[in-house]
Design a protein around this ligand. Structure first.
Ligand code: OAD
Length: 249
């Protein structure tokens, strides 16, 4: 049974000057990437992300954490963007201005063709020196696990935000501006449990933007009148696009 598309949302999308989108792991679920609140697969089943995705864990078990991210990077590289990612690429061609903010570190929005993605939590497709923060998109795994920084020799680490760490300042500023300036905010595939990303939909809503939450466990965390849509992003987003711009079908 397909979730009906509210006509008010179609109108809001068709007339929007600036659409801001926040995505979470749910948008990559249909590409086969496990979400965070799903049980971790296989070797990591007895760990929780909160135990592994921390500076302390990297300090204590650098090789284990490096290999956990290497395994996730391999899974991501084997995955393909799904129709939900692709619908957001197409959407950017129809709205005057689109800001795409993601909490995902899988790089799938970029691989799908979205440009200028605001990666609030970084990306596993990049690493950085754990000492001076220099980032690298290529590295030599033969040199050790984790590899040493080619510049100073300190261990390289994934260029992602770990629990307890600050978000990249530039990305957070851009994300907040996009939430404040948009007239339509779509929150897609996120449980809204991690700040400061979780406050972005409310920021937009309180500034008078139309808000739609597209998720599989839609909740009423945002009080008031907004569109709560229980749907899979890979199925709903292409339908929303086609219903708004039939030529997009
Ligand atoms: P979660 O795993 O917390 O939530 C994923 C959400 O997507 C859930 O609400 C699911 O119901 C929903 N979902 C699953 N499949 C879906 C689908 N096909 N279509 C639409 N929705 C679907 O992941 P995030 O909310 O992204 O942070 O988690 C936010 C942050 O918490 C992550 O970025 C990570 C994690 O700790 C850091 O690592 C810093």
């Amino acid at each position: 049974m397909e979730t009906p598309i509210p006509t008010g949302l179609i109108t809001a999308l068709r007339t929007a000057r600036h659409v801001t989108i926040l995505t979470g792991a749910g948008v990559s679920a249909e590409s086969g990437i496990p979400t965070f609140r799903d049980a971790l697969q296989g070797l990591w089943a007895h760990f929780s992300p909160e135990e592994l995705a921390t500076p302390e864990a990297f300090q204590r078990h650098p090789r284990l954490i490096w290999e956990w991210y290497a395994a996730r990077r391999n899974d991501v590289q084997a995955a393909l963007p799904n129709p939900g990612h692709l619908a957001l690429v197409a959407l950017a061609r129809y709205v005057p201005r689109l800001s795409l903010i993601t909490q995902n570190v899988d790089g799938l929005h970029t691989r799908a063709g979205s440009s200028d993605v605001i990666e609030l939590h970084g990306t596993i497709m990049r690493v950085r020196c754990s000492a001076d923060g220099t980032t690298y998109t290529q590295w030599d795994e033969q040199a050790g696990l984790p590899p040493p920084c080619p510049d100073c020799g300190a261990p390289l680490r994934p260029d992602v935000v770990w629990f307890g760490e600050l978000l990249p300042e530039g990305a957070l500023i851009r994300a907040r501006e996009a939430a404040m300036q948009c007239d339509l905010f779509l929150s897609i595939g996120t449980s809204g449990q991690v700040e400061p990303a979780a406050s972005l939909p409310r920021l937009a809503y309180n500034r008078g933007a139309v808000l739609a939450v597209i998720n599989l466990d839609v909740d009423d965390r945002v009080q008031g009148h907004y569109y709560a849509i229980h749907a899979r992003s890979g199925e709903f987003l292409p339908r929303l696009l086609a219903a708004t711009w039939p030529e997009a079908a």
